[in-house]
Design a protein around this ligand. Sequence first.
Ligand SMILES: [Zn+2]
Ligand SMILES: [Zn+2]
Length: 317
Amino acid sequence: MKVFPISVPTPFYVGPVNCYLIVDDPVTLIDTGPKTKEALEALKDGLRRAGVRVFDIKRIVLTHAHEDHCGLAKQLRDEAKDAEVLIHGWETGHHAGRLEYDKHRALLVRAGVPDDEIAAMRRMYEGVRQYADALEDHEHQELIDDSEIEFATGSLRVVHTPGHTPGSCSFMREADRTIFAGDCVLKRITPNPILSPDPIDPTKRFRSLEEYLVSLARVRSLSPTLVHGGHGDAVTDFEELFNRYLRAIRERQAGVIKLVPKEGATAWDVAREMFPHADDVHRFLAVSEVVAHLDLAHTESKIAVELSGEREVYRRP
Ligand SMILES: [Zn+2]
Ligand SMILES: [Zn+2]
């Protein structure tokens, strides 16, 4: 099971994305890069260096449905004559192009985001969508937690690691406990828990940070020897990263709680206070992060929340 990392450029702030080509039977690609000319060229270049053509790809495995990771999946699938595409079922709404605008909108309203900001976020998201083709239902199969993705000379175990997105998955090579983690584990930055509807009850909010903490603990319990993240260098010392992430999450939580006034504030108020210079996509990421931290703080009984009209208002007890 030979693994070739391929760095693929993206038009996003995060920089290049890591895709992984596994040359074995069947030839498998983990993540594809966004749908841009530059990304496709870089990917084909990487394939060539490994002695593989697009036509040889038999299987595409997606860590999650963000455009920088899944954008070329449909195009490659078609070019490779119906290669199998695997993605977790909780990534619907993205991969099928059925963006749940109404549900997202309700979550943003509840977080106190003003109408004009919601409209701007939607326009921005329309812009991002061009970097991925949607997959129809019959064009992909579901990744099942704890199942094995089989190869002639080994296998990858599917480890559902929700948090960054509800359906984020990692893949562990049993032979040497190497993990491909997508955006669940990034060496230099703590991944953003993105505000999204709960896949089981879309009228509710997905408890992204709480789920993420469970996922981190699960990865830790697998004692990985090496973790390949979706961006940046591989992580050789997961224990160090785990402790660093926990500290960063606790520090951020304390910072968020400190910004909640006695008289109450929405998540949007706190996000604007915490990240006053955030613009464009960063305003959405800022409110996502604050909501995630407020949810966790509420679960831990550190703050109170009540509904005021359509908005949730947080108070420090
Ligand atoms: Zn992502
Ligand atoms: Zn990413």
